[in-house]
Every structure is written in structure tokens, then in C-alpha cells.
Design a protein around this ligand. Sequence first.
Ligand SMILES: [Zn+2]
Length: 78
Amino acid sequence: MFQCKDVAEEASNYIDGELPLGKRIGLLLHLVVCSCCRNYLQQLRSTISTIALLHPKEKDDTDTLALAKVLLKASKKQ
Ligand SMILES: [Zn+2]
């Protein structure tokens, strides 16, 4: 099971899409129960998208969309 420190360690791999499926699911499950890590990832993403604007690079948005849906569901439960 993912802990907050694991999320911190794997966050950039996750955002880069370099996390294996098993770990990605573990991370997502942690995000559903942990608002701290949701905020953390959100901040990281906005930082990265700011950087990406300066250094555009091709990216698959599928994961972003899936994560957004999970987070939306999770936030509605609270
Ligand atoms: Zn956490």
C-alpha cells in the first residue's frame, strides 16, 4: 500500500507516465483517501504545466483525465 512518502518519491514518475500500472493504481488508491497527497500532486502538476508551457513536449493526456475523474469523485465524497 502506498504511503505519503511513496507518493512523494514516485510523483514525478507518475506525472511523466513512467510508473508501472501496479504502482500507478496503488498511487491512485492512496490519492482517493489522502487529501494531502492530492494537493501535493495538484501543485506539482501546475508547477510542471507551467514548466511545460516554457518547454513544450508531447504528452498523452489520458492519465490526467482519469486522475481528474478520480479526484472529482473523491472530493464529492467529503
Ligand atoms: Zn498521502
